[in-house]
Design a binder for this molecule. Sequence first.
Ligand code: ADP
Ligand code: MG
Length: 686
Amino acid sequence: MNLSSPVRFIKGVGEARERAFSRMGVKTVEDLLFFFPRRYEDRRNITPLSALTVGSTASVVAQVVSFEKRSTSRQGLEIASVLLSDGEHVIKAIWFNMRKLEDVLTPGVRVALYGKVEMRAGPQLTNPEFEVLDESDPESVGRIVSIYPATAGLSPKWVRRIVSSALELYLPEVGDFVPPEIREKYKFSALRESMMELHRPQGRESWLRARNRLAFDELFLLQTGLLLRKKRRASIQKNSGPLRPGEKFKSFWRSLPFQLTKAQDRCVREIMSDLASEIPMNRLLQGDVGSGKTIVAIAALAIAVDGGAQAAFMAPTEILAQQHFFRLKTLFAKLDVRIDLLTGSLSQGVHKKTLEAISSGETRVVVGTHAIFSAKVSFKELGLVIVDEQHRFGVLQKNALLAKTRSPHVLVMTATPIPRTLTLSIYGDLDVSLLDELPAGRRPIKTHRMDFSRPQQKRLLDFVRDTARRGRQIYWVCPLIEESENLDVTAAYSRFQNLREKLPGLKIALIHGQLPSDEKEAVMTAFTAGETDLLVATSVVEVGVDVPNATVMVIEDAVRFGVAQLHQLRGRVGRGEGESHCVLLAGKTTPEAAARLDALLSTSDGFKLAEMDLRQRGPGEICGVRQHGVTDFRVADLVRDRKLLEAARREAAALVDKDPELKNARPLAEALMSRLGSTLELAGTA
Ligand code: ADP
Ligand code: MG
């Protein structure tokens, strides 16, 4: 029995509880030791019921006086209403649809409750968290009590008890992987003490020190892993020789449709020097919406083609893949390069032929969706992979596709300006090229908020009509309906009908993800050619779509989108010379949603907006790595722990530099393997 044994081996944990623990990510004894409380309740001084203030969140202890249950006329709603007293005053607590409460909250039982105090007929707690107190359980009263993340099938009391006994038995076995010099440098308290402190805090100060130490551990481990991976990559020989620009690149370069910005030029040069090296490129091209990433990618493709390698250019949506495909066709028209489009919805015959051309090496550039990396596709000599809008794919998928090939050069691009803390955590092993400049002549997009009232609707429709009359084009994006893509489509369809009635004379088209591939293509081609005035769309146009003549973006029910999405959608306009507008439609809304809209109204700086998004939604959502686990820290918090992260990065870099094999840091090597081995594909590193 050791730290990596399943929790089931701990006395008292049977199959049911093991399942419950597993839902919380606790699988091994070690996981359990690192399963830290979600919050703490100070039960040393309980607020007497007489001192409760309305609107505050309070922790109270009281005895059940009576229990009553009733159903309302509204179907299925059951209300449990419990009167509690501390001997002098009473408080009411109510719960909706909580089954079996009557078995637990019997008169005479003492309970700790935690929730917001409201004033009804008297003071009341609605749906409070609660715990039946057991006077024989010394951990639950008269001290700071740890409240662990709750899940069905695990009572708080019981979790505390199990964690206590696990701590007693196994804490001594937890080893510290942070090298002693670093521990001394930062004056960290001992690891086991820190873990104990998180489970059973002595006070605010000591708790804070302990949590910082443990947060550092996590960040340091990840940074070491990422830097080692980067180092190891550098030692892999790739299968193609250096890729250098030749005739095709030169011809393309001479006939560029516009003058590159300084930033674009710099990024192309950085990529060029990577491609000419023996070490496979692993680069992130980061630039706000509209900064012109596509042309940089295309320059890289031209170099790859010159160097004799096949190249793949992957986009997250079919619409975007098609757009890239046509653009590439135009730009490479004179170069005699076979380019093929590969998406999931090609007809069987075409699909088969395309696969053959790819594996025979006839196809030099493949543009497509993730279909490019399905099991059936095999390249003859893949030398460069470009992933557009990387954040839409998630890290895992990228790794899956790389596993299929022998270390090609990789360029990932993202329009989500990723805050530095996240870049370091997720892309810590990538080199970064930054497009920090917009093409000349862009005018700032004017952003407006309007509601659905009649006068405003009329104003908006007049504005749309006028825009079309001036020869410009309009996007009208319909709400994203979380529950179902079908509902999205229905909503978009009825808006389409409605706008056709209200705007007679305008050419209006509809696009959504469920249209057959050739129809999508036809709709987009017509819009790009300026044959359509107004395009009603679901959020499929969120990423990448580029029609410079479109100058108005209307986003319906804007509160349903996150900050980053709104920024992306807004980025569909303001791409040409015309003055552009973005209209956010929203009625009355919650304070959080209003704050999101205000943020968009106040700035068009993608980085500022991304920082805000990170705070509101957390890292996983932003970069599409939720399932990936890289940012699933137990203690660390990428928003709050920026300084710690920088320190961890510095220390990890120094260490990896000095001792790349971790010869003098065996515990660290082992921790990397056991905790991050599979996520980072570090097998064989340590
Ligand atoms: P994103 O970075 O969002 O992918 P795109 O590559 O789609 O941006 O470029 C946005 C628009 O700007 C496109 O219409 C593109 O043709 C145009 N563009 C890109 N670079 C320049 C430039 N240097 N000068 C003028 N227009 C440019
Ligand atoms: Mg793009």
